[in-house]
Ligand binder design. Structure first.
Ligand code: ZN
Ligand code: ZN
Length: 97
């Protein structure tokens, strides 16, 4: 989509290979690298299909680690857990926080 939100719906792929037949007619194309320009306002555009991955990666990086060292109430082993899980020693369910 256009990052300037100009409403343009046509884009030009900057890095694409176009297959043509012997008469020069368009047959197919292949995007070599993701790079686009909005044909309406000229802004560099991006492929929405690839954005969720990037956002997920950023969200992952921003995520505050919830790891904690807690004492198992059953076997009294100090266990390091990153989320609610079972005690690796005795299998008792543990709650973090
Ligand atoms: Zn635009
Ligand atoms: Zn335990």
């Amino acid at each position: 989509m256009c990052p300037a939100r100009c409403g343009g719906r046509l884009f030009r792929a900057l890095f694409a290979e176009v297959e043509i037949d012997s008469g020069g007619a368009y047959q197919d194309h292949r995007i070599v690298q993701p790079g686009y320009v909005c044909l309406n306002c000229g802004s560099p555009a991006f492929d929405l299909a690839e954005v969720p991955d990037e956002m997920a990666a950023e969200a992952e990086a921003d995520e505050v680690p919830t790891a904690a060292d807690i004492l198992c109430p059953v076997c009294e082993t100090l266990v390091h857990v990153e989320a609610d899980m079972e005690c690796p020693n005795c299998g008792a369910p543990l709650e973090v926080g």
